[in-house]
Design a protein around this ligand. Structure first.
Ligand code: PAF
Length: 296
């Protein structure tokens, strides 16, 4: 893998590959199995794989979260090399935001002012869509890869690509989970031993919602009440749990079709999110049945 620091160098390197399919995996580093799944998928789909590694300061609403965000570029580089990534694009903040930078790409507040946008502030998604637009223009990918764990981010980016007629395919890769169901996140490495245990409550909350829907519950309110009780009872501080329309993020009044269950909670000083698409007709997968035989 070749590490590149500047846009000029990136453009020069990629000029040699025009005509081939270029895949982009935008990341903020601190790679975990979720990132590796995106890179594997890009490697399988495309000819030239670019992974960007840029901790975008403007999308952090809390200075402490930015300061604590894990960094290990040497380890990230080795993992990317193992997976056959061609280029690791790791620019400095001044390369991405030179003096005088004054442009923002904004997606409507109906998608960006709710859930994560309500908790973290509107500027969070503005910062994401702005940096992702810039990365798209720097790399010129045919396909870009995002994780389903950040479901709202993926939806906002799809909306932006559609609305701005960007000729880029967006692939959203399923969430990768640890053995006990905890969704992979770079922030997991900030959890203490007991926090790591408590963090499994987010996945349990989603499972509880799924079981309630499987058992015939169609009113979101009792499900929300039980989920909040599960979260607080497990020693995590819920920020939201909602059952929303997957394409609009509007909370559903009744569960008639597919819904997106989204959860955010604080575990100590660390904020975690998770989600799952649920459907009233879904039968538990065989994996889930095995889990229930051993744990429920
Ligand atoms: O999901 C992330 O890691 C970031 O939000 C992204 C897409 C790399 C933009 O900074």
């Amino acid at each position: 893998v070749r590490t590149i620091r500047t846009v000029a160098e990136l453009r020069a390197a990629l000029a040699a590959h025009r005509g081939l399919r270029i895949g982009l995996v935008p990341t903020m580093g601190a790679f975990h199995d979720g990132h590796l799944a995106l890179m594997r998928r890009a490697r399988a789909d495309t000819d030239v794989v670019v992974v960007s590694l840029f901790v975008n300061p403007s999308q952090f609403n809390e200075r402490a979260d930015l300061d604590r965000y894990p960094h290990d570029e040497a380890r990230d580089g080795a993992l990317a090399a193992d997976l056959g990534v061609d280029y690791l694009f790791a620019p400095a903040v001044t390369e991405v935001y030179p003096d005088g930078f004054a442009t923002t790409v904004t997606v409507d507040a109906r998608l960006t002012g709710v859930l994560e946008g309500a908790q973290r502030g509107r500027t969070h998604f503005d910062a994401v869509t702005t940096v992702v637009s810039k990365l798209f223009n720097m790399v010129g990918p045919d396909i870009a890869y995002f994780g389903q764990k950040d479901a709202q981010q993926a939806l906002v980016i799809r909306r932006m690509v559609q609305d701005l007629n960007l000729a880029i395919g967006i692939v959203v890769v399923p969430t990768v989970r640890d053995h006990d169901g905890l969704a992979m996140s770079s922030r997991n490495m900030l959890l203490s031993g007991t926090e790591r245990q408590r963090a499994t409550a987010l996945h349990r909350a989603l499972r509880l919602a799924r079981h309630a829907i499987d058992a015939g519950e169609r009113d979101p309110n009792p499900i929300k009440a039980r989920v909040y009780a599960e979260l607080t009872g497990s020693g995590v501080e819920p920020q939201y749990f909602e059952l929303v329309e997957p394409d609009t993020l509007v909370p559903v009044q009744r569960i008639n079709g597919e819904v997106l269950a989204v959860v955010a909670a604080r575990v100590g000083a660390t904020r975690l999110i998770d989600n799952e698409t649920l459907s009233p007709s879904d039968r538990p997968s065989s994996q889930e049945q095995i889990e229930c035989v051993t744990r429920c």
